[in-house]
Design a protein around this ligand. Structure first.
Ligand SMILES: [Zn+2]
Length: 214
């Protein structure tokens, strides 16, 4: 049984079990990771909500695009400011801009590594997304994230991107790379503001008294 299901199931009324979303207080479908009404992450609604397909699509595009931009900007800047001096042996100095661009790409790789430890890529970081462990919402850790981003994304892309499109109809919005790594993608930015809007609204019926003080 999902941890989140247990957490939400404390709002039990009468004989029937109504699993109530802790964010919008509406009834949710058991064993789903996201509320069908407000799309909050059921195990911990403060962690975020379902990351939409378009947002995820752009995050996936940003990653290779940023690497390309970093490389070519560094190379063109190097050509401008650190050109190959005339008369020097070309085998050593001819590719100075390429070396500098390579160093810039390595620095970018370092940023990617740091972000992977946080369950993010540059694209996800920019668009406010985070990869978490399915059901618990805990941080994925480096190796699970590395598995997702390498083997997982390779498999997702093999059949004309079918594995990515899978997130469109999967009930927990899992792409194949999520299935392989046992992960979910949360859109965490703005989750706090959304919570405040909900909290300032009228209290819906059916909310348990213990939940009012959040
Ligand atoms: Zn909800």
């Amino acid at each position: 049984m999902a941890r989140g299901h247990r957490a939400a199931a404390r709002h039990v009324q009468g004989e029937e079990q109504h699993v109530i979303c802790e964010s919008c207080r509406k009834e949710i479908v058991p064993d789903r990771m996201f509320c069908i009404w407000c799309e909050a992450f059921v195990p911990d609604h403060r962690a975020g909500r379902r990351a939409g397909f378009v947002r995820r699509f752009f995050a996936t595009l940003i990653d290779p695009a940023l690497l390309t931009i970093v490389f070519f900007v560094a190379e063109s800047v190097a050509r401008e400011w650190y050109p190959t001096p005339p008369g020097l042996p070309p085998d050593i100095f001819d590719n100075r801009p390429d070396i500098i661009a390579g160093i810039a790409a390595l620095a970018y790789g370092g940023l990617v590594l740091v972000l992977l430890f946080r369950g993010q890529t540059p694209g996800k970081w920019i668009l406010g997304e985070r990869v978490v462990v399915l059901r618990t919402g805990k941080p994925v850790g480096f190796w699970r994230m590395a598995l997702r981003e390498s083997i997982g994304k390779t498999l997702s892309g093999i059949f004309f991107g079918l594995g990515y499109l899978w997130a469109l109809w999967d009930r927990d919005s899992q792409a194949w790379n999520d299935k392989i790594a046992g992960t979910l993608v949360l859109h965490y930015r703005g989750a706090e503001e959304k919570k405040e809007v909900i909290a300032s609204g009228p209290a819906p019926q059916g909310a348990a008294p213990e939940a009012q003080g959040e």
